[in-house]
Design a protein around this ligand. Structure first.
Ligand code: FA5
Length: 341
């Protein structure tokens, strides 16, 4: 049986070197053992046959064990967020870079700059939320049930009917209710809300599906359109450090009356061509808060009036820093991001 022992050792070595372990069943060595049965003397044939079969079963066991091992290696959870090749061992993984090598995202630092300006102008800064309901997205904003204007704010919805807000105007009702006592004390409501919003959008150089807006709400006595325009212009000249050419034209929003669209003249470096459309970049919408929206927040529109606006933050920053495409912000392009460090 030395012959079988020797064949077993050879098979084992072959098995260990094989990538496709199943190929061992087609091994010449194994076949030769079976073929050899005929050559063994009849009286030893039984014993020989048993030994060969036992070896064959052992080979099958090697295979089963190898398969089980491969399977348990596969089950090990893979950290899909790991910023390294998950197959490297712990000692070969890169260590994290020191925080000093990173920097704040330019949009976050610009939101701070913008908020600071409004705070100096007397506005309180509030934050919005990234999941909201139908009432704050539409009902509180004077969108009648089934009104086509709802389609202008096409966004994402959960099965339960919760909404990823398409604009920061979802906060108007909340902040008016929260600061209503200011009015009783003879003070205005003056709040800005910078935050993230979401839209089902065709993407291009000025449209993202996820972007930032800053909402502003001002309510008091004897507030008129002139106050709205002066507030926005004063903010603009502070943020840009110069007077930009602006265009304010009538528009429609269910929650403001009258409503306007506010655009600024683009420098030629940010224009694709000389068309009238390329000349202006729409920064936001604004208007006098609709009486129904004031009433919904428990404010008497016969006594108080107010204005609101919602500006796109990326677009304001694009104008400030000459960024020609909004998609740079989310691109994780270090060359782009380092310019703001
Ligand atoms: C609104 O969202 C209104 N809620 C604004 C408003 C507030 C009006 C309060 C009246 C009173 P609009 O859909 O036009 O309006 O968006 C406002 C601004 O957000 C745009 O002018 C633009 O600067 C920015 N914006 C809109 N869609 C996108 C987008 N897909 N990508 C980047 N910025 C966008």
């Amino acid at each position: 049986m030395n012959q079988i022992e020797a064949a077993r050792d050879k098979l084992k070595k072959e098995f260990e070197s094989l990538e496709d372990k199943k190929a061992i069943l087609r091994s010449i060595e194994l076949r030769a053992l079976f073929d050899g049965i005929r050559e063994v003397e009849p009286e030893k044939r039984g014993e020989y046959g048993k030994a060969v079969n036992a070896l064959k079963q052992e080979v099958h066991k090697w295979l089963d064990d190898a398969e089980a091992e491969a399977e348990s290696a596969n089950i090990e959870p893979i950290d899909v967020t790991a910023p390294w090749d998950v197959n490297t061992t712990a000692d070969k993984r890169p260590s994290f870079l020191p925080a000093a090598q990173g920097s704040e995202h330019p949009l976050m630092s610009e939101i701070d700059v913008i908020s600071d300006i409004y705070q100096r102008m007397g506005f309180v800064v509030e934050t919005s939320r990234e999941i909201d309901d139908d009432y704050h997205m539409f009902g509180s904003l004077n969108f009648p049930e089934g009104h086509p204007a709802r389609d202008d704010f096409d966004t994402f919805m959960t099965d339960e009917g919760l909404i990823a807000p398409a604009h920061t105007s979802t906060m108007q009702n909340r902040v008016m209710k929260k600061y209503k006592e200011n009015l009783e004390k003879g003070e205005p409501i003056a709040v800005v809300i910078p935050d993230r919003v979401f839209r089902n959008e065709d993407l291009d150089a000025t449209h993202e599906h996820t972007f930032y807006q800053i909402e502003g709400v001002y309510v008091g006595k004897d507030v008129v359109v002139g106050n709205l325009i002066e507030t926005l212009k004063s903010y603009m000249s502070d943020y840009y450090g110069e007077e930009l050419n602006v265009k304010i034209q009538p528009f429609y929003f269910p929650f403001t009356e009258p409503s306007f669209e506010f655009a600024v003249e683009r420098p030629s470096s940010l224009r694709k061509n000389n068309s009238e459309e390329q000349k202006w970049l729409e920064l936001g919408g604004c208007g006098m808060i609709h009486p129904n929206v004031l009433k919904e927040a428990g404010i008497d529109p016969g006594v108080y009036t107010g204005f609101a606006w919602g500006f796109g933050i990326e677009r304001m920053v694009m104008m400030k820093h000459g960024i020609e495409d909004i998609r740079h912000f989310e691109s994780a392009n270090l060359k782009f991001l380092r310019q703001f460090k």
